[in-house]
Design a protein around this ligand. Structure first.
Ligand code: NAD
Length: 261
């Protein structure tokens, strides 16, 4: 329970990796603010489940990560209740798969806004209180696509390369404040985000579902296994420990060897 009396805010945590981060941080005693879209009842079940399972406070913010004013309000509300956000996890993300010359302009703008720019807005708003406490952890979900590209994912690859640069920059700016800033770069993790891109990839490449899973998604992953959300969340928990206080400015791969190739 080394995170007792800490507060973690995880964007995009109604599902997938974000929900796993929120539950793993709560399991160590942190109060959590979850965020994201979904059915009201399902979100409330997850929120109440965190409180019941881990005896912490769990709040939900419906802030849209495409809207700077909603992001500012989410951070202000969390700080009002908890004093400061000690652990900020920028995780919200979407994907769209299409050739660049057919890439819908609004999809490009959405991906850059949610996967990259929202981290700027949350970070700039949360940093002053973190600095005042002299302790903080900022953890950004990057991707193997922060290091390498795949065709038809121009916006996503651009946003993920961008988040790696943002991570380094902020880490340097706050290095003497007891705040570390890192990104985790998973390979393919089995979540709704991955499941949803299978039909588009089938269309873009003319493949069956099985071919997309084995010949596209897991082709690059030498372990031939999906990363699990629990593994990703465990690395985030480690980054919050004192043992990890000298790890800053990094983008840490957890990709079954993908980017070693
Ligand atoms: P997911 O679809 O399960 O979860 C995405 C979350 O973001 C959901 O909670 C969703 O409601 C939320 N979200 C989407 N748009 C939002 C918006 N405008 N405002 C607020 N919340 C919004 O996906 P996931 O696989 O868990 O992805 C989480 C992160 O992990 C993303 O940044 C993604 O790029 C990254 N990632 C995923 C994989 C993978 O294989 N699944 C690999 C590498 C990186």
């Amino acid at each position: 329970m080394f995170l007792k009396d800490r507060t973690a805010l995880v964007t995009g945590s109604t599902s997938g990796i974000g929900l796993a981060y929120a539950r793993a941080l709560a399991a160590e005693g942190a109060n959590v603010v979850i965020n994201g879209f979904g059915e009201t009842d399902a979100i409330e079940k997850e929120r109440a489940g965190i409180e019941a399972d881990f005896k912490v406070k769990a709040r939900y913010s419906a802030a849209n990560m495409m809207k700077p004013d909603e992001i500012a309000a989410m951070i202000a509300e969390a700080e009002k209740e908890f004093g400061a956000i000690d652990i900020l996890v920028n995780n919200a993300g979407i994907q769209h798969v299409a050739p660049v010359d057919e890439f819908p302009i609004e999809k490009w703008d959405q991906i850059i806004a949610i996967n990259l720019t929202s981290a700027f807005h949350t970070t700039r708003a949360a940093l002053p209180k973190m600095k005042a406490k002299g302790w903080g952890r900022i953890i950004n979900t990057a991707s193997a696509h922060a290091f390498v590209a795949s065709p038809f994912k121009s916006a996503y690859v651009s946003a993920k390369h961008g988040i790696a640069g943002f991570t380094k920059t902020v880490a340097l700016e706050v290095a003497t404040h007891g705040i570390t800033v890192n990104a985790i770069a998973p390979g393919y993790v089995w979540t709704p985000l991955v499941e949803k891109q299978i039909p588009d990839t089938m269309k873009a490449r003319g493949l069956t579902k099985e071919q997309v899973i084995n010949d596209v998604l897991l082709l690059a992953q030498p372990t031939k296994e999906f990363v699990t959300v629990e593994q990703v969340a465990a690395l985030a928990v480690f980054l919050c420990t004192d043992a990890a206080k000298s790890i800053t400015g990094t983008t840490l791969p957890m990709d079954g060897g993908w980017t070693a190739a």
